[in-house]
Design a protein around this ligand. Structure first.
Ligand code: ATP
Ligand code: MG
Length: 293
């Protein structure tokens, strides 16, 4: 397994542009490597058989009703304006793929651009680590907390069980107290580890998502996934969510390129392309007009 987190740093604009402008031979090489290393093949997934000169065009509908814009530059226009209200989205990918940044940016944009308070539930990292990491992007989480628009919750197994047993508990109370419209759970993989068997994990995820859908929030969960040849425990989660977004960090020789794909989005005519993105000083920026190879 590659240590993606360690090697995933320092992708800059110049590197992305260089890898985008490869010769056709090198391009094919990159494409093969990308497929071999990063393609996620959930159970039941089949490659479409496309014959002839078929072009898939993305033509979003005009209505943005019931949509929750992520505000992430370049992203909303490929998903008909935003996530469906009250839906549950999985942002999945390898370690260091940018899942936490993506999810936090969705929350911050909700607060600063759409006046929608947000709650961030962390199963992995503590408050100081997250607040510190996110400050690099100019996101002052402490200030947003003081304004009563943002809450960070470090979650433990007991509290989770309470949510599942009562359908409410402390998360629900916090959501109600600030009138949160956006919720992030980082990560569902860590949540799944609380349960021993795949069946129990699946049942717990099903119950959790069932409860979350009834709250007045549009939820994003992150999940750590590896390349298909490596075993992972949380495959079951893929089937319970409304939307799946894959984040990739593709390595070829000494260059890594970040990419994003909307793998599934219920009720949405989303783009079928995998787009390059960068982590800039202002957070994630997606380039829908560009290609990764
Ligand atoms: N200020 C920054 N500028 C540019 N890139 C950054 C910055 N901060 C972090 N990164 C990149 O983002 C990666 C971490 O992103 P993030 O924490 O969102 O990943 P993740 O997918 O949540 O990882 P994990 O599975 O370990 O939780 C780092 O490894 C680094 O490559
Ligand atoms: Mg993370």
């Amino acid at each position: 397994m590659m240590n993606e987190k360690a090697a995933g740093t320092g992708v800059n604009s110049k590197q992305t542009k260089e890898s985008i402008g490869q010769s056709p031979g090198r391009r094919a090489d990159l494409e093969d490597t990308f497929r071999e290393i990063h393609e996620h093949k959930p159970i039941g997934h089949r490659e479409p058989i496309l014959e002839g000169n078929i072009q898939v065009r993305h033509k979003p509908s005009k209505s943005n009703m019931g949509r929750v814009p992520t505000g992430i530059p370049g992203f909303d226009k490929v998903i008909e304006g935003g996530l469906k209200k009250h839906s549950v989205t999985l942002a999945g990918g390898c370690a260091g793929a940018g899942k936490s940044i993506f999810a936090m940016q969705y929350l911050i944009n909700g607060i600063t651009q759409f006046n929608e308070p947000g709650v961030y539930v962390s199963f992995e990292e503590n408050r100081e680590e997250i607040f510190d990491d996110m400050a690099c992007f100019g996101w002052d989480l402490e200030e947003l907390e003081k304004q009563g628009k943002f809450v960070f919750l470090r979650y433990n197994p007991d509290q989770v069980n309470k949510v599942l047993k009562t359908g409410g508990g402390p998360i629900r109370d916090v959501i109600d107290s600030i009138g949160a419209k956006r919720l992030v759970i980082d990560s569902i993989s860590a949540f799944s580890l609380l349960y021993e068997t795949e069946l129990k994990q699946r049942e717990a995820a099903l119950s959790l998502f069932y409860i979350l859908r009834r709250w007045d929030c549009t939820t994003m969960v992150t999940g750590q996934y590896f390349a298909v040849e490596l075993p992972h425990d949380s495959a079951a989660v893929e089937f319970e969510v409304d939307n799946i977004i894959w984040l990739y960090n593709i390595k070829k020789e000494d260059i890594r390129v970040r990419a994003i794909e909307v793998f599934k989005m219920r009720g949405t005519k989303h783009s079928v392309k995998t787009f390059p993105f960068e982590i800039t000083t202002e957070g994630i920026v997606i380039y829908p007009e560009e290609t990764i190879f």
